[in-house]
Design a protein around this ligand. Structure first.
Ligand SMILES: NC(=O)c1ccc[n+]([C@@H]2O[C@H](COP(=O)([O-])OP(=O)(O)OC[C@H]3O[C@@H](n4cnc5c(N)ncnc54)[C@H](O)[C@@H]3O)[C@@H](O)[C@H]2O)c1
Length: 258
């Protein structure tokens, strides 16, 4: 297990599939957490479950002030910010581009792309300030998707939003390469989380066929397990990965190598 003792970590989408697993990992590794998600009940229950030094602040990531409040909380409660995991996200139902409703497309861009922009806009100055004050470097991990690296037929707007996240990641990494902040993007293919289960359930009686079709595109012919994705997330966040910035890490069973 990597050592995150005393590190202060902001984590969004904390009650989801990847979020819960990441929260548990960081808490067990000694980090102090500021967790966020939409609903306060599940979030408060998670904070209680994690125990130790965890603060919960619920809200919608499309509200830019939420990101500012999360950074303020970290600084007020713990006096520092070391790591931010921008993980909150949504996916739309599969549809050809011309059949994707405009309001759905706008919401996807708002949550998946603007949400990460607001988050980094608030986090980067705080991480840079810590570096100036103490020499401690910080890290941002944006949870994008393999659909942010290669095209995703029937998921065009999701793919566009995640490509946008990769663009934000690489650009911020270049801006902050000598300012004490590493910025990387995690790019998983489908993994067994509530998002993926819900997505497959919407295929109705064709659920098994939908899963088989998804898996067919993956050289390893299976979905990812959550822990396999969290291993990559931890690698990017780990202070030991001190020369890794501006990268996309595909955890995709070989999909993007084809
Ligand atoms: N599961 C996969 O197969 C997969 C693959 C590639 C990328 N991803 C990405 O991983 C991230 C986490 O996904 P997951 O699979 O854990 O999904 P999930 O649905 O289990 O969790 C996502 C979390 O984000 C929260 N969220 C959604 N909209 C929000 C908003 N507007 N404001 C605040 N929080 C919001 C949800 O409440 C949820 O708890 C997402 O960014 C997703 O796009 C997932």
């Amino acid at each position: 297990m990597a050592d995150f003792a005393g590190r202060v970590v902001i984590l969004t989408g904390a009650t989801g599939g990847f979020g819960r697993a990441a929260a548990r990992y960081f808490a067990d590794a000694g980090a102090r957490l500021v967790i966020s998600d939409l609903g306060s009940d599940r979030l408060d229950a998670l904070a209680q479950d994690l125990g130790g030094e965890t603060i919960a602040l619920s809200g919608d990531i499309t509200d830019s002030q939420l990101s500012e409040r999360l950074v303020e909380k970290a600084l007020a409660q713990f006096g520092q910010l070391d790591i931010a995991i921008n993980n909150a996200g949504i996916v739309h139902e599969m549809a050809p581009l011309p059949k994707t409703p405009v309001d759905v497309a706008r919401r996807i861009i708002d949550v998946d792309l603007m949400g990460v922009f607001y988050a980094m806009r608030a986090q980067l100055p705080a991480l840079e300030q810590r570096f100036r004050d103490t020499g401690e470097t910080g890290a941002i991990v944006n949870v994008a998707s393999v659909a942010g690296v290669v095209g995703a037929p029937m998921l065009s707007v999701y793919s566009a939003a995640k490509h946008g996240v990769v663009g934000l990641t690489k650009s911020a990494a270049l801006e902050y390469a000598r300012r004490g902040v590493r910025v990387n993007a995690l790019c998983p293919s489908f993994a067994r989380t509530p998002m993926a289960e819900d997505f497959l359930d919407k295929a109705g009686k064709d659920r098994d066929a939908a899963e088989a079709a998804l898996v067919q595109a993956i050289p390893m012919r299976r979905l990812a397990e959550v822990d396999e994705v969290i291993a990559g997330l931890v690698f990017l966040a780990d202070p030991a990965s001190s020369f890794v910035t501006g990268q996309t890490l595909q955890i995709d069973g070989g999909l993007s190598a084809a």
